[in-house]
Design a protein around this ligand. Sequence first.
Ligand code: UN1
Length: 504
Amino acid sequence: MKKEDIFKALGLNSKDLSQGTRIVRSPIDGSELGRVRDHSPTDIPFMIHKATQSFKDWCLVPAPKRGELIRLYGEELRAHKEALATLITLENGKILEESRGEVQEMIDMCDFAVGLSRQLYGLTIASERPSHRMMETWHPLGPVGVISPFNFPVAVWCWNFALALVCGNPVLWKPSEKTPLTALAAASLFERAAARVSYAPPSLLQLVMGGRDLGKILVDSPYLPLISATGSTTMGKAVATSVAARLGRSLLELSGNNGMILTPSANLDLAIRAIVFSALGTTGQRCTTLRRLIVHASLYDQIVERLKKVYTHVISGNPLDPKTHMGPLLERESFDDMQEALHHAQEEGGKVFGGERLLQEVYPQAYYVRPALVEISVQTDIVHQETFAPLLYVIPYQRFEEAIQLHNDVSQGLSSCVFTNDVREAEIFLSNCGSDCGIANVNIGPSGAEIGGAFGGEKETGGGREAGSDAWKNYMRRATNTVNYSDTLPLAQGIRFEVEESNR
Ligand code: UN1
């Protein structure tokens, strides 16, 4: 598919996309994809005002009708899956198969949200007073600010958007500056869906195009009761502090340092497949990427050997080619960070395999690499850091308890897994004495979560939960209601309090 045809299919105007000042380049070869216009800081308060107006109408639309709009959005995504996936690959560099997976994740999320739009249930609670009823009701919260990352340029936003919308809230979306075209396309498909119903107010979705300074305006706005932000821990700390200062709500999904414990009873063939996909899928640029392999000493040599062999068969190259396993890194800084981490690891006693730059003659402006393995006997300083690249530390352990301790001894807490056929080890890993992460799996790698579960993590990962399960509650406010249908007025806790109304 040619770039112009993709733009056209997704409702993007090629001419408009040649007139902005922000140049968008493809990580595939450094070529220019388009030029987008950034908003000016003075535009943002006006956009927030429009979202506030939109909320007034949207929160009155019954939730199942709000769900119907998301259903139509899912239809648009289904119809344009290939075009949107191709644009993701062009702009982000992940292989086409994974980009299709990303669009599928959006579609799944729409389906989930549609079902949810008829299930925004509250509890009925037993009252301690006779002839009283207590219940919880859930109400729309207000306009939501979503700040999303380059690595999943549309799926992570869609987790938030689909839920926010069925919960009755418009969205102001600041996508990554690295992936504005994909964001424009996702928004344009939403406009098509919105045009198919009569009850969608304007400004249900507004894109905020530009850098951090614009994100900061959203974060500080008292008119946005919820800010959902995905990115680094450094960014998350800044967002959390500013939102807390105005007593707003933040929903954070930040850095991971995801581990796998590989035990002697594991099915090693399964484990190798899981390691390879989760360590180098998306060129190691998922927040769920496997970064630490904690492997039993008795398997260590064998596993390292097998991994080295598989790694030499990994095809790094153009992500549009169906044979490619791994596309380029996003940009030069990503490559520099990876090299710096490898250097640092070597200084700390690590033995490095792979990690070198590839295809430099063919693509001088792009950063293709061989995935790297680092054998390291202790979790040194560098192992504690998240390097957004295909770089896997391999660490030996002797006792299962020691493996869990090593596993939890990092500041991040997103995703984790154990490969074992020993039921005791599996249960311990999932128990409160096991993994301290928001996601803990058995015989499945740490990446590639389904949308049905709550997604997010603990510690420096930020504590937020997005996508499935009851994550929708983040986007609503809860009211506790007590209704008295008796003809007396008993007080709670049995308090007696009588004042005569008049002298008798
Ligand atoms: C992310 O990298 O921020 O679980 C999201 C996964 C994907 C989502 C990753 N479903 O790997």
